[in-house]
Design a binder for this molecule. Structure first.
Ligand code: GLN
Length: 584
C-alpha cells in the first residue's frame, strides 16, 4: 500500500452529496498555493523546463516549492517506455521510473523528488479500480467526475501535505485538447473552485508560429487552442508565448484580446542558449511577479535571499558562456538519433564543463555502425567517450569494439551501466583471454557469462517496475580513482536501473588481470564501480549506476568532472594514426 492509499480513506464517498473532495487529514482548502502549467498548440514546448525554472525563481525568493507531473498515459510508470519514443527514463532515489521532466525539476530545484511527485493515468485508474473492489464506492456508480477527478485532487493535496510546500507546481502532460488529459484539466478546474480565490494560478504555455512562406509571426493556432482551454472552464491568468525569437507586441495583443488576459500578463518566452538561463528570462519579463501577485504572496518575498541566489545562477550562466577550452566527448549508443534519450548525460556533461571552464561538444557515435576496421577513424578527434546505459543485443558488439580501442589507446572513458558491463566483457575477452565472454542478456548459453542476471531477478517474469532500481550506497575503495574523485568518502550514493551484474565467479580472475573493482554494494556482493590503475590508463572508469541522474548544475557529478578533466588533458585532438606511445 502506498502512502497515497493510506491517505485517501475510503470513507470520503457519500450518498448524501454530489461533492467528492477527498482530503488528507488536517488539510484545509487554501492552505497551499498551486501553479498549474498547461501546454497549448503542440507538445515539445519545454513545459517542464519552464515550470521548473519558475519554481526555482520562487524558491530563490524564499518559498518552499515542490513539483508534480501529471501524465495522461495509462502506463503505471515510465519504466516500460522506449526512450526512443518518449525520452530518457529518469529514476528517482526511491526507485520510481518516471518522465525525464522529473530530472529537470531535480536539477533545477536541487531537490530529491519521490513517487508522490509523479502521477500517471495508469496509477489513478489502478487506485480507483482497487478502491472499487474494496467496496470504497458502495452504492455508487464510479464516475470520471467526481471520483476520478477527486483522486487526482487527492494526489495534489497529499503532496502538499507531505512536502509542506507553500507552492505546488502542477505540470499537466500533453496538450489542451488531448483526450487523455481532459480529465486532468477538469480536476485542476475543480481544484481552483474548491481551494478558493487566489489559491491557484493557471499559466498557459503557447506557441507562436512563424511559417517560412510568410516570414512573420502568426497567433491563430495559439488563439484557438487558448479558447479551447477557456471552453474547459479554465481562464488562464498568465500566458507565456514560446517562439524562436521575441514575440512582437502586435501578436501578444491579439493573444491578449482573444484570451481575456491583460497584455502585461502575456509574455514572450523565446529560445535561449542554456536551460539555466530561463530563470533570468522569467525574472526580467516579470512572470514570477505576476504569479506571486495572483497568489497574493508578494509580501512574503525574501529579497535578500533572492539577490544571493540570483548571483549564484548568473555566475553559472556567465561561466557557461565563457567556457572556452574546446573538448569533444563521444557518446556511443544506439539511440543517438533522439537526444532526449540521453538528456541527463547531456546535462551532466554541461555541468562538468562549466565547472572546469570547458566547452563540451558532443559527438554522437552510433554503436550499430562501429566495426574493427572503422573504429579508429570514427573516434579520431574525440577526447573522451561515454558508453551509456542500454538494453538488448543491438549495437553491443560496436560498444565492445569502441571500449577496446579506448582502453588500448589511452583515450578517457566513462562507462555508465551497460557501459560498465561492456567494459567487463571487453576486458575478459581481450585481457583475460576468455574469448567467449558475454552477458547472459545477450547469450544465455555463452561459455563465460561474465555478466549474469542478478539472483533476485531470476524468477521475475513480468517486465514493469522490477529491476534493481533507485538509490543505493556504494562502498568505495580508499585511494582509488573513484574515491579520489569523490573526495575520499567511505561510501557514495548513486541510482541504479539494471537486471544484470558482474558474475561474482569471475571477479577475482578479472581483478588479477589488472582491472580494479573499486566500488561494491554495501554487502560487498555486487560490483558497482570499476577502473584501470592510472599508470596503465589516464582515465578508465565505469559504474553500474547511472551517475548522470544525480549531477546538478552547481554540484556536478565527480565522475563526469573526472572524464571531462581527463579529456581536456588529452588535447590536442589525436591524429588518425595516433598511438598510445606517441601520446605518452
Ligand atoms: N541491460 C543492462 C542490465 O539490465 C544494463 C541496464 C542499463 O544500462 N540501464 O543490467
Amino acid at each position: 500500500m502506498t502512502d497515497r492509499h493510506i491517505l485517501s480513506s475510503i470513507s470520503d464517498v457519500s450518498e448524501e452529496t454530489e461533492f467528492h473532495t477527498p482530503m488528507p487529514a488536517n488539510y484545509k482548502p487554501g492552505q497551499c498555493k498551486y501553479v498549474v502549467v498547461l501546454g497549448t498548440v503542440m507538445s515539445g514546448l519545454g513545459k517542464g523546463i519552464f515550470s521548473s525554472s519558475l519554481a526555482r525563481v520562487l524558491q530563490d525568493k524564499g518559498f518552499s516549492v515542490t513539483p508534480i507531473k501529471l501524465e495522461g498515459y495509462l502506463n503505471r510508470d515510465a519504466g516500460t517506455l522506449n526512450p526512443f519514443r518518449h525520452g530518457e527514463v529518469f529514476v528517482l532515489d526511491d526507485g520510481l521510473e518516471c518522465d525525464m521532466d522529473l530530472g529537470t525539476y531535480e536539477r533545477m530545484l536541487n531537490q530529491n523528488l519521490s513517487r508522490l511527485n509523479f502521477v500517471t493515468s495508469g496509477q489513478v485508474f489502478s487506485r480507483i479500480l482497487e478502491k472499487e473492489r474494496r467496496g470504497g464506492y458502495l452504492g455508487r456508480d464510479v464516475q470520471m467526475i467526481p471520483h476520478v477527478t477527486g483522486e487526482v485532487k487527492s494526489c495534489l493535496r497529499e503532496l502538499a501535505v507531505a512536502s509542506a510546500a507553500q507552492v505546488v507546481f502542477v505540470e499537466i502532460g500533453g496538450t489542451v485538447g488531448d483526450v487523455e488529459n481532459a480529465y486532468l484539466i477538469e480536476a485542476v478546474r475543480e481544484l481552483a473552485f474548491e481551494e478558493g480565490p487566489n489559491s491557484v494560478c493557471f499559466v498557459a504555455l503557447t506557441y507562436v508560429v512563424k511559417p517560412p512562406m510568410l516570414g512573420e509571426q502568426k497567433s491563430k493556432p495559439a488563439q484557438l487552442n487558448l479558447k479551447q482551454l477557456m471552453g474547459a472552464g479554465i481562464q488562464p491568468h498568465i500566458i507565456a508565448c514560446r517562439a524562436g525569437n521575441p514575440v512582437t507586441k502586435k501578436v501578444r495583443e491579439k493573444i491578449a484580446m482573444h484570451s481575456s488576459v491583460p497584455l502585461d500578463r502575456v509574455f514572450s518566452m523565446h529560445d535561449v542558449d542554456s536551460v539555466y538561463a530561463i530563470t533570468e528570462l522569467l525574472r526580467e519579463a516579470g512572470i514570477d511577479t505576476a504569479v506571486l501577485k495572483r497568489l497574493k504572496l508578494t509580501e512574503q518575498i525574501d529579497a535578500v535571499r533572492e539577490q544571493k541566489q540570483r548571483g549564484v545562477w548568473n555566475d553559472y550562466i556567465r561561466r557557461y558562456r565563457e567556457a572556452a577550452t574546446p573538448v569533444t566527448i563521444g557518446i556511443t549508443g544506439k539511440y543517438t538519433s533522439l537526444r532526449d534519450s540521453y538528456a541527463s548525460i547531456i546535462q551532466a556533461l554541461e555541468h562538468a564543463g562549466v565547472h572546469l571552464g570547458a566547452k563540451v561538444r558532443i559527438e554522437w557515435i552510433d554503436s550499430t555502425e562501429l566495426d574493427e576496421a572503422g573504429v579508429q577513424k570514427r573516434l579520431a578527434g574525440v577526447h573522451g567517450v561515454i558508453v551509456p546505459g542500454g538494453f538488448g543485443t543491438r549495437g553491443v558488439e560496436g560498444k565492445i569494439i569502441c571500449v577496446k580501442h579506448l582502453r588500448e589507446h589511452g583515450i578517457p572513458y566513462l562507462g555508465l551501466c551497460y557501459g560498465f558491463q561492456v567494459a567487463v566483457i571487453e576486458y575478459a575477452r581481450h585481457v583475460c583471454g576468455l574469448e567467449d565472454a558475454q552477458s547472459t542478456e545477450i547469450n544465455t548459453n555463452c561459455v563465460h557469462p561474465v555478466i549474469d542476471i542478478l539472483p533476485e531477478q531470476r524468477d521475475i517474469t513480468q517486465l514493469g517496475g522490477n529491476m534493481r532500481l533507485g538509490g543505493h550506497d556504494i562502498r568505495v575503495t580508499r585511494q582509488s580513482l573513484a574515491a579520489n574523485l569523490h573526495g575520499n568518502p567511505e561510501k557514495i550514493r548513486l541510482r541504479f536501473r539494471h537486471r544484470y551484474e558482474v558474475n561474482p565467479d569471475y571477479m577475482s580472475q578479472i581483478e588479477s588481470a589488472g582491472m580494479v573493482f573499486s566500488g561494491k554494494s554495501q554487502d560487498g556482493g555486487i560490483a558497482q564501480i570499476l577502473e584501470l590503475p592510472q599508470d596503465v590508463h589516464p582515465f578508465f572508469l565505469a559504474t553500474q549506476a547511472h551517475a548522470e541522474l544525480t549531477s546538478r548544475p552547481l554540484d556536478p557529478d565527480p565522475m563526469f568532472v573526472g572524464l571531462v578533466e581527463a579529456a581536456v588533458r588529452f588535447s590536442p585532438p589525436p591524429a588518425v594514426v595516433d598511438t598510445h606511445e606517441t601520446r605518452a
